[in-house]
Every structure is written in structure tokens, then in C-alpha cells.
Ligand binder design. Sequence first.
Ligand code: SF4
Length: 269
Amino acid sequence: MLPVIELFTSIQGEGKYMGVPSYFVRVSGCNLRCAFKDSICDTPYTSFNPEKSPYKTMDELVYAFKELQNKFPKVNHLVITGGEPLLYKKDLEEFLSLVYDDEMIVTIETNGTLPILNPISGKFKIALYSVSPKLSTSVGHVGKKEDINYTKEMRDRHDKTRINYNNLIDIVTNTSDYQFKFVYSGPECEDEIIRIYKEMGKIVKKKDDQFFNFYIKHHPNKNTMLMCEGITADQLDNKSKEAAAVCIKRGWTYTDRLHIRIWNNKRGV
Ligand code: SF4
């Protein structure tokens, strides 16, 4: 069963659909444990302390979603977010097959470490994979972080699994649209992003020299985005000029985090 812990409408705060009114379906559970320099994961109730879903069956969940649709019939962008939604591939495919219609635009938000949904099921289309690969600035120091005891085991497991190059290549090559949104914590992030892309390029070249030319032409600039680390508007402002300068230099796109500016990381909006 898909462990949905929040169903709400809001505006999409980040990326290509920034500002678009959207339904949000948030699942609990994540395979990573991010602890950034100045803040931990912005939804710790899905990762460090995962909450339980109030929905016992798929019917209950679909009913609740349809009620939300009836309340806000003008909204047609659905964002599946987490936690890490792709932990529940089969259940997610089932949910989407039950609620999808041709007017609907679906974004899947993911950390990029797990396989994407089956694109040939034909029962739904994913308009955008919004991927946030985690850089080494997400590997925090062991100890007390906010109200979380960040253990060495958590840190090591996170660091080993946070980048899955082959999966990122799969997203670039086998989805109709994607964006890589990197959290910008400081100047070290720029070099690391370049290193990740070089590594992906090496893997692609080894597999298929022909395809490598296509890959280099289309990737990475168009779909690379930087968003500042932080869970308050002040924290975003501290890094925004620096991040914008990197975007201008590299031809990447700067994305704000509107939900934080408007609601300060409040839940359910
Ligand atoms: S990948 Fe996302 S949900 Fe998971 S711990 Fe990191 S920030 Fe939180």
C-alpha cells in the first residue's frame, strides 16, 4: 500500500512548474538521510521519523484524492513527492492508473537513486521527473542535529547510496522530460556537479560511442538547476547571489523555493 501521509493543494515551489497550482501526494519513507550544513532534510517526518499513513486501502486513498479534486477542479498538475516515492513503484503505478486522466500533468519528485516507473504501461504519462541528486554537502557530521540523533551508520549508508550514476543516465535517456535540481550549499557544489556529469559521460561513452555525442549535446545544461539550501527565507537569501552567479557562469537555471518564501516550510500548504 502506498503510504501517503499528506494530500493537499498548493503551488509548486521549485523547478519548471514553479508557481503552478498543484495537488500534492506525499509518501512517507526514504532510502536516504540528508543532513546539510545548516539544516537537515526538510521533511524529517518522511525520513528520520517516518509517519504512518492514515489510508488503509487503495480505495480509501483514491476516494480522498477524488474529494480533493472535486474541491479544486481547476487544478490539473499532480506532484508525487516524499520521502522517496519510487520506493513504492508498484503501488504508485496502481495509484496513478486509477486517478490519471488525459488532462492531468504528473511530476514525480525523486532523489534519483531508484528505478523510474514503467513508461510503457500506457495507463498514465509522467510529464516530468524532478530529480534532486544529493551532493556531499548532504552528508552531515555525526551527533545531535535539531531533534535527530544522526548516527555514523545513517551517515555512511547515506553517503554510499546518494548518487546512482546508472539510474541518473536512465532518467536522462528514458523519460520525456526531467530536471536535476541540486541543493546549493556553497562553492564546492559547482565542482561536484561537474564531476558527477563527467562520471555519467564516461559511463555513457563506454556503452555507446554514438549515443555519447547525443548525450553531450543535450546534457547537462538545459535541465540543470540550482536551488539554495535552507528552510527559511533568510537561509535562502544568504546563498542566492552566489548560486545565481554559478548559474550564469555555467548556463544552468536558478530556481527559487516559493513555498518557503510564502509559508516558511509549513506542512500541508
Ligand atoms: S532524499 Fe529528500 S526526503 Fe530523503 S532524506 Fe534527503 S531530503 Fe529528506
